[in-house]
Design a protein around this ligand. Sequence first.
Ligand SMILES: *Cc1c(COP(=O)(O)O)cnc(C)c1O
Length: 425
Amino acid sequence: MAKIETKCTRSGYTPKNGEPRSLPIYQSTTWKYEKSDDMGALFDLEAEGYFYTRLQNPTNDYVAAKLADLEGGVAAMLTSSGQAANFFAIFNICEAGDHFLASANIYGGTYNLFGTTLKKMGIECTFYDQTMSDDELQKLVRPNTKCVFGETITNPTVMVFDIERMAAFAHRNGIPLIMDNTFATPVNCRPFEWGCDIVTHSTTKYIDGHASTVGGAIVDSGNFDWMAHKEKFPGLCTPDESYHGITYATKFGKGAYITKATVQMMRDLGAIQSPQHAFFINIGLESLHVRMERHCANALKIAEFLKNHEQVDWVHYPSLEGDEYNELAKKYLPNGSCGVLCFAVKGGREKSIQFMDSLKLATIATHVADAQTCLLHPASHTHRQLSEEQLIEAGVAPDLIRYSVGLENADDLIADLQQAFETIK
Ligand SMILES: *Cc1c(COP(=O)(O)O)cnc(C)c1O
């Protein structure tokens, strides 16, 4: 089997003799058919093929196939954003009256989606603390709990998720583990190898890698046995009247989850990726393995610099020896974690903001995980909507700076940090 570097560069689209070598962009909303019945069979899900880009487009499908291969899954789909990916991943198996568990330390946008918007749709989320014991977690499970959600490396607090333990916990309860693998990327961690069932991505981050294209993806391992828990998952295990009574889990087997998300979620809710943007995402994927290595090497250098700096209160970076999450990082992320780290400047919130304003090379941006080093202050930016209490629950200290290390020369970045420390002295 090909190694991850080869998969990043070559999986998905494999041209035949005389075909274009680069992934073609199928810039078409629709497909032509000779006979009415040909298209009828597609609408009935009796034949495979394309008819309308809101449901499927070949460019998108090639990129999804590459992501499925990278994660070691059986099927994948692209979405217009990471938000759409996480929404669909949950909504594909939860409906009004259902409940699920999500780590309290997830990305602020996902926290809002789960805690506020899904609640309005009748789906309740309980946020758990990742340091809880199995017994404590078990107390949060209800008869209507449908899945467990977490991030491989949390944004912005860079905590490493104990995938194997949490997969075992989910499976003891007859429910799948869904993981957002945005920060680690399949280059550094493949959650399916540790028992996770479904992976989501914001491809906007390292996968694109150049801050040019918003996107998301869902990948299914194909390992969760929906029919073994069919009372919990009627959407997959009982007939869908909107498709003449087909049952996804029996008709599509390991492809059931992604098929349902495509033909039901996408059909009804939209949020498709555009073929043009799928093309950009593929360009990002072709060099993902090379970039991740450099992001990680640069971040480790900077984490070490910050750790030893007298004006720094604390720094969190999972690959840093002695970090609270270093043991878990060694297990799940042995080749490196990501380019994101967080730290606080001595003197509290005000000093942290003054420090950020003094940086010249690193830029203040609502972004993370791309070629250019950027930073933000979650308490005043991404997590602005959260109350002081929710901030603490999410583990986001008011003075926390999220610093995303890019692909510049690490010494230049360190010089930039040093001059900012001098400025605020
Ligand atoms: C950015 C991000 C998202 C949301 O993705 P968008 O592409 O911005 O919609 C979800 N999860 C994580 C971990 C993220 O960093």
